[in-house]
Ligand binder design. Structure first.
Ligand code: HSE
Length: 442
């Protein structure tokens, strides 16, 4: 193979970023992989849509089928997002036996099994490095670099918007709403921010990483998700006093628990997304602003850390180029399935229900500052066999209801929720308790 051409579906921020990067580094790439590389066609929404880098008009079409069906397009990159037309585009290309590159985490999360199966049936491959943490080569690392490891723990700061908001709240002592508004004005957060701040984007990415690490397809419905809307300045301040920083973590952890009625060798994995207190001295606590990081612990390699930009035209383009190079090398060597997109290897694995997941906790309550309050609360926790590791009630409060912070020893989430339902019903407790997990990476 002398020359391989990419067909881009999507000519906006990411698509034009890929065009620009490929044009800039085509000679370098060619010298590295021994095949000439170029862009043959780009399907765009409109010829004059705003884009950060220009694309020659002669390459553009507004019909995506022209890209997929062009015999001179050897590899197709789907960069439009969404979960309906994008699915059709990818399926059409795969059915023609063309390798496909996608950055579409929502689509993979929803239809991953179908897409990977279609790729395999048509003896081609689906490449998705850009779908998780843009500029960080975490998919390739998990699939190839750590192929000899059991991935026992994976913790990811995988959403830049949330990390930016939490970083500013922590640095400036600002409230969530104010920082979100500013982030929206600066273009760091979407006008409709729910996908990011309610944790769904992190859910898609964490599910993909979990599936890849453990070899069974994790249904997004099984991933417990909490976003960052409920994190307050006060939580940040108390966490800092106790030596912790709050981060939104995507977590994939092997657990020792096996359900009583099932085979004990059945793989049980915690897969969840929630804001957690992490020690301020831990390396993940220093990952600030829009940066992403993934901490992976393998049973052979030990602890590793990946850091970089998770999104944006250039970081995403870097991942798409890496996939393009892989796709072309596979075509050149006739080895399309040498490294399959996804391999089932723990087909009996399952996700542990969140109620059974054991963690430590930070709980903030508003309570009446009167004799007996603490005794009533601790009695309920004691009866539930939930241990308290520390208690803070800051002095100098003038209101009738004052903050009370409890740090709890390891307990199953279900037991903690049940106990705090009872505590919430006490007359001396006002409002809903804030319950955040504490992750110490043990
Ligand atoms: N909106 C995402 C983020 C990037 O803030 O990290 C795309 O997944």
């Amino acid at each position: 193979m002398q020359q391989a051409n990419l067909g881009l579906i999507g000519g906006g921020t990411v698509g034009s970023g890929v065009y620009h990067a490929l044009t800039r580094n085509a000679a370098l790439l060619t010298s590295r992989i021994g095949v000439g590389l170029g862009v043959r066609k780009v399907a765009v929404k409109a010829f004059d849509e705003p884009r950060p880098y220009s694309i020659p008009r002669r390459l553009m079409t507004t019909t995506w089928q022209e890209v997929v069906n062009d015999p001179e397009v050897h590899v197709v990159a789907e960069l439009v997002g969404g979960t309906s037309v994008a699915r059709t585009m990818i399926l059409e290309a795969l059915k023609l036996g063309k390798p496909v590159i996608t950055a579409n985490k929502a689509l993979l999360s929803k239809h991953g099994e179908e897409l990977f199966a279609t790729a395999q049936r048509h003896k081609t491959n689906l490449y998705y490095e850009a779908s998780v943490c843009g500029g960080i080569p975490i998919i390739k690392s998990l699939r190839e670099g750590f192929v000899g490891n059991q991935i026992t723990h994976l913790y990811g700061i995988v959403n830049g918007t949330c990390n930016y908001i939490l970083t500013r709240m922590s640095r400036e002592g600002a409230e969530f709403d104010a920082v979100l508004k500013e982030a929206q004005a600066l273009g760091y957060a979407e006008a409709e921010p729910s996908l990011d701040i309610d944790g769904f984007d992190a859910q898609h990415k964490t599910g993909i990483l979990a599936s890849l690490a453990h070899g069974f397809w994790v249904d997004p419905k099984d991933i417990y998700v909490e976003g960052i809307r409920s994190v307050t300045r006060q939580d940040m301040e108390f966490a800092a006093k106790l030596g912790y920083t709050i981060k939104l973590l995507g977590m994939v952890k092997m657990t020792a628990q096996a359900p009583a009625n099932r085979k004990s060798d059945r793989r049980q994995v915690q897969v969840s997304v929630y804001p957690a207190l992490i020690p301020s001295s831990h390396v993940l606590a220093s990952v600030g602003d829009v940066f992403n990081a993934v901490f992976v612990r393998g049973d052979v390699v030990g602890d590793t850390l990946f850091y970089g930009r998770g999104a944006g035209k250039d970081a995403t383009a870097s991942a798409v180029l890496s996939d393009f190079a892989d796709a072309v090398l596979d075509l050149k060597c006739g080895s399309v399935n040498r490294v399959p997109a996804f391999v089932s290897h723990e087909v009996n694995g399952s996700v542990v229900p969140i109620d059974k997941v054991v963690s430590r906790y930070f709980v903030r309550l508003r309570v009446a500052d009167i004799p007996g309050t603490l005794a009533r609360i601790t009695r309920i926790l004691g009866d539930a066999r939930i241990g308290i590791s520390s208690v803070i009630q800051p002095e100098g409060q003038r209101e009738t209801f004052v903050p009370l912070i409890l740090m709890l020893h390891e307990s199953p989430y279900g037991a903690v929720c049940a106990a705090f339902e009872k505590i919430r019903a006490l007359q001396v407790v006002k409002g809903k308790p804030v319950i955040l997990r504490v992750e110490t990476f043990g």
